[in-house]
Design a protein around this ligand. Structure first.
Ligand code: SF4
Length: 371
């Protein structure tokens, strides 16, 4: 592995965050994409010592598969009413793979391929299922345009070698993977060494700053050097494409109904910017800046958007268990849009943010504009 790959050539610390007037994930800025982030339950098979008490549960707390499918259909119906016909559903938990109907939910999601312009699916998992389960997962998702996984590395339970082997297997089946590593300041070097082990094996690693227990602020005790690593370390690469190329394969995923790149360029996206730069910023003078992923925002304390106009609730929602609440995003203090049991209604237009801090990347990547 080329050592230079550990550092971004594009210096994200040069982005003038105090001058930024609009930003968002480029697929949201330039395509008709609707985003759903769905926390299926808190039930988890791991019991990590550092996990927040509200982050996991020993009790099976999942909604019935039929209700999840009905909710998915209703989300698509309301999104289409608002002219969004490309979808990205992101599932998390607890451990989402433990939902007994998870693969059926995914198969249903993929079943209207003929109707959608584009469809992608993401999950955050501890990667504990065996390879046999992942074979079924790959089969259930094969008709989607893009599949991605955030693999949470839990050293108390997982084994580095088998974790790596599972990820390589997924990459060889055209699944994008990044490993989530929370960079606890006190164990920074140890965690960084583990991150290097995976990075050197051709696997993306997301170096996440640690937040406080209610996830509203980044902890303060990072050294200058640690912050430098969080700002520019381990930029995301297209390792899955490289893995496919190494084994003389190419992607067999269906092509989107329309040319996504052409649509984006027609709507103003810059064709010369690599796709891995997923976030675009515009400053007061109209100058554009780019970042590989919104997970880096917290490292720059770029997470205060109260008073900005935000698209969440209009072209993105979150569903959170165990309460079944449907909200515009995780951080938002707004009244929920509804509940999975009783129904919900999306906003009819973007609305102003009323929340002091926006710390989840699921929330921060949604397009926003400063007035
Ligand atoms: S807290 Fe909610 S409304 Fe505010 S910027 Fe974040 S996602 Fe948008």
């Amino acid at each position: 592995m080329n050592k230079k790959l550990k550092w971004s050539n594009y210096d994200f610390s040069q982005i003038p965050f105090d001058q930024i007037v609009s930003f968002g994930q480029r697929s949201l800025l330039y395509q008709d994409l609707f985003c759903v982030s769905w926390l299926l339950g808190r039930f988890c098979n791991y019991k990590c010592s550092y996990c927040w008490t509200h982050g996991r549960s020993d009790q099976l707390d999942h909604r019935p598969t039929e209700l999840c499918i009905k909710t998915m259909d209703e989300i698509k119906r309301q999104a289409r009413e608002r002219n969004y016909n490309s979808f990205h559903f992101s599932f998390s938990g607890g451990e989402p793979t433990l939902h007994r109907g998870y693969l059926d939910i995914l198969k249903h999601y993929a079943s209207d391929l003929d109707r959608v312009n584009f469809q992608s699916c993401h999950m955050t998992t501890n990667l504990s299922p065996q390879l046999k389960w992942f074979e079924k997962y790959i089969d259930a998702t094969k008709s989607m345009h893009r599949i991605s996984i955030t693999a949470s590395w839990h050293r108390e339970y997982a084994d580095q070698e088998s974790f790596k082997e599972k990820i390589i297997f997924l990459q060889q089946h055209d699944v994008q993977v990044t490993i989530n590593m929370v960079m606890v300041p006190e164990s920074f070097n140890l965690i960084y060494d583990e991150a290097l082990f995976f990075h050197d094996a051709g696997i993306n690693v997301t170096l996440k700053p640690q937040t406080n227990s209610n996830a509203t602020l980044v902890v303060e005790n990072y050294t200058k050097e640690q912050l430098r690593v969080l700002h520019n370390g381990m930029p995301q690469r297209d390792f899955t494409a490289a893995r496919l190329k190494d084994s003389d394969q190419s992607s067999e995923r269906p092509k989107a109904k329309y040319d996504l790149r052409k649509m984006a360029i027609d709507r103003g996206d810059n064709d010369s910017i690599p796709q891995m730069m997923s976030v675009e910023f515009t400053d007061v003078r109209g100058k554009k800046y780019y970042m590989d992923q919104a997970e880096r925002f917290n490292a720059f304390n770029f997470n205060h958007f109260e008073g900005w106009e935000c698209d969440s609730g209009f072209r993105s929602i979150i569903i959170r268990e165990p309460c079944g609440s449907i909200k515009r995003s995780y951080s938002c203090h707004d009244t929920p849009l509804g509940n999975i049991e009783t129904g919900f209604k999306l906003f009819d237009a973007p609305r102003v943010c009323v929340t002091p801090t926006c710390v989840s990347s699921a929330d921060s990547k949604i397009p926003k504009k400063r007035f």
